[in-house]
Design a protein around this ligand. Structure first.
Ligand SMILES: [Zn+2]
Length: 599
């Protein structure tokens, strides 16, 4: 921000001395960019007061020089000759943008796109569990396709057609579906594949046949003894729940948070992950570099447990599960039922002993049920509608869930004494979204964050900033800073921008993001405050999204998108001192309302 102001001062001094030639700054895209769309978001600015033409056509430029265009592209290379004029002075810039729209392959000659063939990684099955083998490729449309696994087959593959996808965008369908062939195979009990290559075959309308062997190979070697893996990664201090994850499919959603020492039954491998079975019909994927396979013959994790105990400590309540071995677990917080549901996998239970601290300010009731063999489900009913964060860790083999007390909130000034962390997004090498008016997201959000700090401090809050200068901070470190400061709320400040291929004229407004149910009311209250008190920004809603700064559970965390840098009025608002003050003050009002509502 400072450097930018200095540059402005210098250039305005120069303009007094002599009318310098106006310049053209293109913030996005880069020169010689290639985009897979028929439009590109073209944004930047010319010298204030100058105009701009591209290939002779006048472009809509503001008095401040800002232009944001949804620029139509012809197929292939587009040359953009930009000219700017101010008074008698002119400037120019030549630009090239290539539009490569995704297209089906030609019907003839018969061909297969080598890069499109799946599986591209090796798959290994130790059991029939999840034994579905999927094969895909893109080739010439209207052909006849099949695949072989080793010398088994051929098996049919079908070309996808728009008729198979009711409601599919017809334009998209015409571009994406022709020539997409898919097939699958279900593992059979007496199959035996040892790194079997998968061969796909396409016979085209010209009568030619093209064969290709995939990079990924299939192995199915049934084991007579199960394989057991032990999770080896340690959690990061303070944000354990967001650094350790298993997924319910390769590259898919997070499902549970393993801990160092948790054991899993491993039923297969896929690229860089192990496929693990944690319950009947429930498979999770765990990164290979975070798991060590135990020697063959290691017993499967399976234990019996009988005792749960709650314990009151200063400012928090612990729920302790006394186990004899570490097991994977999942925790679902439901704001609707006002409860935490804890699933302990590989456990069978006859819990006849629950010891509760009495009275406990946070917990109304604890119940257990055997929801599957071997899954024990424990439901923790909460007394208060708002949960203020929790952490999960092992003490030896005892799993501990620690619930945080609500902060004490003053009636007259709800933010007085409240510890809040403000996280100005990006910084240093990471500029965030580019700014058409020559200031990038990292500088705008830092300016807004400083205003927000001042606004909150005027209301008596104790504010921690993750950064106050132009430095880069890893995403997870930001939550650790908040945790060390003892904050009850973490607010990450960002500006939005559109990805390639989206019309900037249709997207603007303020949005609040949350992931954990405990943070929903916080995000919603801030969103409501801005929607009603600063309607000029526009309303982009409250969003549920799994992000590095919304995932942690130990405090309430929200990410704010203050507005779109790809919308002219939003960008001007976010760049102006008045706008920065207003948005910061309105977020502070939202936070104040949230704390007041929780009294
Ligand atoms: Zn951002």
């Amino acid at each position: 921000m400072k450097r930018f102001l200095f540059a402005l001062v210098v250039s305005s001094l120069l303009s007094v001395v002599q009318a310098a030639a106006p310049d053209i700054y293109v913030a996005y895209p880069d020169n010689k960019a290639k985009v897979p769309f028929d439009h590109v978001l073209l944004e930047g600015s010319v010298t204030a007061g100058a105009d701009l033409t591209i290939n002779g056509k006048a472009i809509d430029v503001g008095l401040d020089g800002l232009f944001i265009e949804w620029y139509p592209l012809a197929e292939g290379l587009n040359k953009l000759e930009m000219k700017t004029t101010k008074g008698s002075e002119t400037g120019s810039l030549s630009y090239e943008i290539t539009s490569n729209l995704p297209k089906p392959l030609a019907e003839t000659p018969t061909a297969i796109d080598v890069d499109s063939v799946e599986p591209y990684a090796n798959h290994v099955w130790y059991t029939l569990e999840n034994g579905l083998l999927e094969v895909k490729f893109r080739g010439s449309p209207k052909g006849t396709a099949s695949f072989m696994i080793g010398d088994k087959g051929p098996f049919k593959m079908l070309e996808r057609t728009a008729a198979d996808f009711i409601g599919y965008n017809p334009v998209q369908a015409a571009l994406e579906l022709p020539g997409m062939y898919e097939g699958s195979y279900v593992l059979q009990p007496n199959d035996s594949f040892d790194a079997a290559p998968v061969k796909v075959s396409l016979k085209g309308t010209d009568g030619n046949t093209v064969n290709l062997t995939t990079d990924g190979k299939f192995t199915y070697k049934p084991l007579s003894q199960p394989r057991v893996g032990i999770y080896t990664a340690q959690p990061l201090d303070g944000i354990s729940s967001s650094t350790q994850v298993a997924r319910n499919g390769f590259g898919r959603a997070y499902i549970l948070y393993p801990r160092e020492g948790s054991k899993f039954v491993v039923v297969g491998e896929e690229a860089s992950v192990y496929r693990c079975k944690i319950a009947p019909g429930q498979i999770v994927y765990v990164r290979k570099d975070r798991m060590r396979l135990l020697p063959e013959g290691a017993p499967v994790p399976n234990q019996f447990f009988t005792t749960i105990r709650t314990k009151r400590l200063e400012n928090r309540t612990q729920v302790k599960f006394f186990l004899s071995d570490r097991v994977p677990h999942s925790i679902d917080h439901s704001a609707q039922t006002n409860s935490l549901e804890v699933k302990l996998f590989y456990t069978n239970s006859d819990i006849d002993y629950i010891v509760s601290a009495n009275p406990d300010p946070l917990i109304r009731d604890l119940r257990w049920s055997q929801t599957a063999d071997p899954v024990t489900t424990v439901k923790i009913d909460l007394k208060q509608a708002q949960l203020w964060g929790y952490t999960v860790f092992y003490e030896g083999n005892t799993l501990v869930i620690e619930l945080r007390d609500p902060p004490s909130i003053s009636k007259s000034s709800p933010l007085a004494g409240q510890k809040i962390t403000i996280d100005a997004g990006h910084g240093g090498e990471d500029s965030g979204a580019v700014g058409a008016l020559r200031v990038n997201e990292k500088d705008i959000v830092l300016a807004i964050s400083k205003q927000l700090k001042a606004s909150l401090e005027r209301r008596g809050a104790i504010v921690t900033m993750t950064r106050e200068t132009d430095v880069e901070i890893p995403l997870l470190d930001r939550s650790i800073i908040a945790d060390k400061a003892g904050s009850s709320v973490f607010v990450s400040i960002h500006c939005n921008a559109l990805p390639d291929g989206v019309d900037p004229n249709k997207n603007r407004g303020f949005a609040a993001y949350y992931f954990q149910p405990q943070s929903r009311a916080l995000a919603q209250t801030i969103q409501d405050a801005v929607r009603t008190l600063a309607p000029e920004i526009g309303d982009d809603g409250t969003h549920y999204q799994n992000l590095a700064v919304t995932r942690p559970t130990q405090m309430l965390q929200t990410l704010i998108e203050t507005g779109f840098m790809t919308d002219k009025s939003n960008l001007r608002f976010l760049m102006s001192q008045a706008g920065q003050f207003k948005i910061a003050d309105t977020i502070a009002i939202g936070l104040e309302r949230f704390y007041r509502n929780q009294r």
